[in-house]
Design a protein around this ligand. Structure first.
Ligand code: ZN
Length: 144
């Protein structure tokens, strides 16, 4: 028997049960057939947030806005992290202008902000952009 994990689909929010050894294998959603794990950050919306907090993998949220230079500069680093952390952590981007209500609910005071959720609750938070090694080290401190 192999271990399996519950993973929410970033597109339809359906929960998928995926064998651990298939996580890095671009598994598709049983409901909408899109890639559940793609190695790229997905867009988080207010309506999807509660669903995306579910499942067995930690969720790292990058809160950003298009007018924010440091946010735009950090985007490629966040994409690289998503690819490196495939199967270990899910990465999502929250556009604080498009979803101000959720950004407010999360108590965002400055951007970029990174929030790590484990088991559906906030485990760590970091303001400001980081280089990739720093970001991976920070996540490492929190068991990712
Ligand atoms: Zn789906």
């Amino acid at each position: 028997m192999s271990e399996s994990l519950l993973i929410p689909c970033p597109y339809c929010n359906g929960l998928n049960r995926i064998p651990a050894e298939r996580l890095a294998d671009a598994p598709r959603c049983g409901r909408c057939k899109q890639a559940v794990m793609s190695g790229a950050p997905f867009e988080l919306s207010g309506a999807a947030f509660a669903s995306q907090l579910k499942g067995d993998l930690p969720l790292l949220v990058d809160v950003w806005a298009s007018w924010c230079g440091p946010c735009r500069a950090f985007a490629p680093t966040f994409e690289q992290a998503a690819s490196q952390l495939l199967g270990r952590c899910r990465l999502a981007k929250l556009d604080s202008e498009a979803h101000p209500q959720l950004a407010g609910q999360l108590g965002i005071r400055s951007i970029p902000s990174l929030i790590l959720f484990k088991n559906g609750v906030e485990a760590a938070r970091q303001s400001g952009a980081m280089a990739l090694p720093q970001l991976l080290a920070w996540l490492g401190q929190h068991g990712i």
